[in-house]
Design a protein around this ligand. Structure first.
Ligand SMILES: [Zn+2]
Length: 206
């Protein structure tokens, strides 16, 4: 693509770095911004800058939050004796949208993936184990997607639980293998949480 302006070229390049956006789409978006009032670009820039500089994570569950303790963890109506392990905020949002779960979450921040160089130490696993050792938690629900990485992560965490008295369960796999949690419809996902099965059963099935 030949550009008549370096400024245009740079803007197109940066936008095209986003996933799913090719050079052509990037050019269309940039030209669209140029036609809009300057204020719109300023607001977009400010929102993105704030996203990177202001965002923080809940001290308890590691979910993205504007406060030290997120709204879910701070809510006195939530059942603090149940923790649901998820990969990221998208899973929290998906499960919350079902209105079928009243416990807390623990956001790992990813899945163990040797292919992508992600090991257990790169995830929020040690803080989870500490939390469980501290007591007061009765049930741990594994809700990672049923991919190989998800299963590996589940099993790794399960192994860390030796010596800790706790009930473990996994969401019922109405969701087919390989599907991401975020794509399951609300009814299916809600039902999976209600019909969760003991985690040991899911290991035997594999
Ligand atoms: Zn939290």
């Amino acid at each position: 693509m030949e550009f008549s302006s370096k400024f245009l070229e740079n803007a197109v390049y940066e936008v095209s770095q986003l996933p799913g956006i090719g050079k052509r789409t990037a050019l269309r978006l940039v030209l669209h911004l140029l036609k809009q009032p300057e204020r719109q670009t300023e607001e977009l820039t400010t929102a993105l800058t704030n996203l990177r500089t202001q965002i923080s994570y809940c001290n308890n569950c590691h979910n993205i939050s504007d406060t030290e303790i997120c709204e879910i963890c701070a809510n006195p109506k939530r059942n603090k004796s149940i923790i649901c392990i998820v990969e990221d905020i998208r899973d929290v949002m998906a499960i919350e949208s079902t209105s079928q779960y009243q416990g807390l979450y623990h956001v790992l921040g990813g899945k163990i993936s040797p292919m992508e160089g992600v090991g257990p130490q790169d995830l929020n696993i040690s803080s989870l184990v500490q939390k469980l050792k501290a007591g007061g938690i009765e049930e741990l629900i594994f809700a990672l997607s049923s991919t190989m990485e998800g299963d590996t992560t589940n099993f790794y965490i399960y192994k860390q639980l030796e010596g800790i008295e706790i009930k473990t369960s996994t969401i019922a796999r109405g969701i087919s293998v390989g599907d991401e949690l975020e794509y399951a419809d609300e009814v299916t996902l809600g039902r999976s949480i209600l019909n969760r099965v003991p985690f040991e059963n899911s290991i035997k099935a594999n």
